[in-house]
Structures are given as structure tokens and as C-alpha cells.
Design a protein around this ligand. Structure first.
Ligand SMILES: Cc1ncc(COP(=O)(O)O)c(C=O)c1O
Length: 439
């Protein structure tokens, strides 16, 4: 079926979507394999964002299908409160072994938004547990994205995601690091490390005794791919240590290969106190997030005393550590390892950078940023309509057989880790053509 009546389309209130626009011209995806989506007209569309930064190993991996099917037939669900199943422990040990430093305890969620809530709840509870109950404020960063929950929209820093909701959680924001001095930079920009010093200003304003944590994406994804300036994350780490503030990395996009290392923390050489993951953890096949927490934080809860049957952290989700999600995650990690996909991203990212930065000089393209298999283009706005040109570009690309993401005044690419050089050329050619067709 390719003709959908207005009635058929009406009931579903689509997330982060211009519903009225979509329902006039639906873009229905009915299948996927490898680096391609298939639409309801039988067209093959290159998946230039790996789903939603989720499916780096490619769609329809039989290893994941098999692991998930087997798990469903063995244990489809088990209560995650007060009871456990072996695979959740196995996966946690595996993640702990892969993670840098002593990020060796894992709390499962179902999404990146829940991971943001979980990490910041743990941070606040940790200080309360440690006799510093006033440390509650969360410091995010402008242009940061941490999901759609009350936490995420409070310490997140994308205005469009915040302005509709009114008062959220107690939070404040560092400046973003997207500087005019760094235009058209491949990799980490050289300028901007000093922006981390703003944490000193926020400490002067709020006092460290009121600040629980700083949360940042090591590389900001949803705002249009903003790699960290050289030295910036290191300085943020130093200042958090100096003021006894926990540092949380939201690695929902950067974990599991996107930037050419298992974690952004390793790629950028800075270890946070808490590290959030989701998306690529299961290659997008089953919803799952995992919050990695350093030993000292976990131990503070375990060592707090009280009867052992008492719940140390009254937090969790019905589907935390869902057996089927755990099976998908184990299979997905196997694929990353067996196929050497993270090394592949690292090896091929200079080629990708060359291709994407070849768009410099194209009309309306005012900046290009890239790292690993992620890239963002800033598009000059129509007066008063920052989102329109990126939308028009993405729609033209879709018609040409290429899916790219548009958001704010940006176009974003997050190539499948299996993407070939010709596919990089093809998606960039489609972008150039689409931008060329604009008025
Ligand atoms: C860095 C980051 N954090 C959190 C989220 C929210 O994840 P979810 O949509 O799974 O709740 C996203 C989603 O794009 C993200 O990019």
C-alpha cells in the first residue's frame, strides 16, 4: 500500500516530526538491509544516519536476529526488580571490561533519555548519600542534547526542545563550543578549550556546594556534530575535580564506534565519572541504554549501611536489562569486534572527511564539521526560518534515494560503519545536487 488516506494516518502522533507535512507526503520505510532502507514504493534509500545514529553495523544483521529469537524462545521476560537473569550480568561485565578507567558498574535503561535521568539521579543521590544534600544543580551546555525527558530538556541546551515546557529541573549551562574561529574544521578544532573555564564562573555564581554534576556530550551530535576543541574536555575534567563536581559524558551517539574508538572517552582521552550509552549498544534492534558508573560512586551506595534487603537506589525501569535487549547487545558487540568495524571507522574517517569537506564552497553551506563517521553542515537560513532550507535539502535527498538528517539549521550525516567510499561520494553528491537545486 502506498496511498494512505488521511484517516489512516491521523491517529499516530509522530515524535519529533512535522506531522502535518509528513501526513501530506508520507515517507514510509518498510524494510532495511545493510546500509539501505527500503520505502513503500520499492526504492532503495542509502541510510546516511545509520537509522538515528543507531545501526552502525548495518540493518538486518542475522547474528542479532538469531540471538534475539533464541532469547525470546528461552526467556522472553523476567522481573528486573529483586530477580535477575545471567545475560544481564554477562553484558554488564563485558561493558565494564570495555570501558575506560573504573567505570565498572552498569545500570540499564531503555533509552538515552532514561540514561540522562538515571545518571543525574545517581549524581544527586550520591551527594545526598555522602552528606552533601545541597549539591543538586546539573550543569549542561548550550546545544547539548540529552533526550526528551524532564531532565533532558532542563540541562539540554537546544532552545527549540525547551521553550514549550516551562520550568524544568534545577540546571544551568556552559556556552557551546561551536566557534566562528573553527569553521570548516575536520576533527577537533584547535580553538575553544578556554570555554571550559566558564565552569569557574558558574561555580562563582551558584557555589560548588550546590552543583551535583556537569553533563556534556563529548561530541555534540544532535546540534549538528560539534567535536570538542583540543584540551576542552581535559580542562572540564580538571575543574570538576577541583570543585568536587561529577562529570557525566552523554555518549548515546559517540559510544560503540561512531568516533573511531569504543567510547568517546577513549578517543578524546578523558574519563568521566558516569558515562551514558544507548542507540548503538544494540545496533538499534531493541531499545536499550546503559549507564556506566565508576566504582567509588557504586561503593558509596553499597557501603551506606542499613539492612542488606534494603534497596540502595530506589530507581529502575520495568524493562531495565530486558533479556532480549541484552541478547541484542551481546550480538551487536560481537559484530563490532568480529568485523573490526571500529577500526574501520578510524581508518576510513580521513576519506570521509575529505569527501564531506569537498562540499565547502557549495551555496548556503556556511560550515562543515566532522569526526569519525559523523558530520554536520550548517546551512544559511532563509530570513527568520532557520529550519526550512535543511528540511528542503533533506527532502530532495530522500527523493534522490538518500536519507540524511535535518535539524535546526543543520544537515547531519552518521554513516553506517560499513559504508563504502563510493557511498560516501554518492551521498555527498546527492547533497551537493540538492543544495544546488535550492532557490
Ligand atoms: C547524546 C544523546 N543523549 C540522549 C539522547 C536521547 O536518546 P533517546 O531518544 O533514546 O531517549 C540522544 C538521542 O539522540 C542523544 O543523542
Amino acid at each position: 500500500m502506498t496511498n494512505y488516506s488521511a484517516e489512516y494516518l491521523d491517529a499516530y502522533w509522530m515524535p519529533y516530526t512535522g506531522n502535518r507535512d509528513f501526513k501530506k507526503k508520507p515517507r514510509m520505510i518498510v524494510g532495511a538491509e545493510g546500509s539501505y532502507l527500503f520505502d513503500d514504493k520499492g526504492r532503495r534509500v542509502f541510510d546516511g544516519l545509520s537509522g538515528l545514529w543507531t545501526c552502525g553495523a548495518g540493518h538486518g544483521r542475522p547474528e542479532i536476529t538469531e540471538a534475539v529469537s533464541k532469547q525470546l524462545a528461552t526467556l522472553d521476560f523476567g522481573p528486573s526488580f529483586q530477580y535477575g537473569h545471567p545475560l544481564a550480568f554477562e553484558l554488564a561485565s563485558r561493558l565494564a571490561a570495555l570501558a575506560p578507567g573504573d567505570l565498572n558498574h552498569v545500570f540499564y535503561t531503555n533509552s538515552g533519555s532514561e540514561a540522562a535521568d538515571t545518571a543525574t539521579k545517581i549524581a544527586r543521590a550520591y551527594w545526598r548519600q555522602s552528606g552533601q544534600p545541597t549539591k543538586t544543580k546539573i550543569i549542561g551546555r548550550q546545544k547539548g542534547y540529552h533526550g526528551a525527558s524532564w531532565g533532558g530538556i532542563s540541562f539540554g541546551g537546544i532552545g527549540a526542545n525547551r521553550k514549550l515546557w516551562g520550568l524544568g529541573l534545577d540546571s544551568d549551562h556552559l556556552s557551546h563550543t561551536q566557534l566562528k574561529d573553527n569553521l570548516f574544521c575536520a576533527g577537533m578544532p584547535s580553538r575553544g578549550a578556554e570555554l571550559a573555564e566558564e565552569l569557574e564562573d558558574l561555580v562563582a555564581l551558584h557555589d560548588a556546594s550546590n552543583i551535583a554534576a556537569v553533563i556534556v556530550e563529548p561530541l555534540a551530535g544532535s546540534a549538528g556534530v560539534i567535536p570538542p576543541p583540543e584540551g576542552y574536555l581535559q580542562r572540564l575534567r580538571e575543574l570538576c575535580d577541583k570543585h568536587d563536581i561529577l562529570l557525566i559524558f552523554d555518549e548515546v551517539i559517540t559510544a560503540f564506534g561512531r568516533v573511531g574508538s569504543m567510547f568517546g572517552a577513549q578517543e578524546f582521552g578523558v574519563i568521566p565519572d558516569i558515562l551514558n550509552t544507548a542507540k548503538q549498544l544494540t545496533n538499534g534492534a531493541i531499545p536499550m541504554g546503559a549507564v556506566l558508573v565508576k566504582a567509588a560512586i557504586y561503593d558509596a551506595f553499597m557501603d551506606a549501611g542499613g539492612p542488606e534487603y534494603n534497596i540502595e537506589l530506589p530507581h529502575g525501569y520495568t524493562y531495565s536489562g530486558h533479556p532480549v535487549a541484552c541478547a541484542a547487545a551481546m550480538a551487536s558487540l560481537d559484530i563490532l569486534e568480529n568485523d573490526g568495524l571500529i577500526d574501520r571507522v578510524k581508518e576510513m574517517s580521513p576519506a570521509f572527511a575529505q569527501v564531506i569537506h569537498g562540499l565547502k564552497g557549495t551555496q548556503y553551506v556556511t560550515d562543515i564539521r566532522s569526526y569519525g563517521f559523523a558530520a554536520g553542515l550548517t546551512i544559511e537560513s532563509y530570513p527568520g526560518e532557520p529550519g526550512r532550507r535543511p528540511y528542503e535539502i533533506a527532502m530532495k535527498c530522500w527523493d534522490k534515494g538518500f536519507y540524511v538528517r535535518y535539524g535546526g539549521d543543520t544537515i547531519q550525516l552518521g554513516l553506517p560503519f560499513i559504508a563504502e567510499r563510493e557511498e560516501m561520494d554518492a551521498v555527498c553528491n546527492a547533497l551537493a545536487e540538492s543544495i544546488g537545486e535550492l532557490d
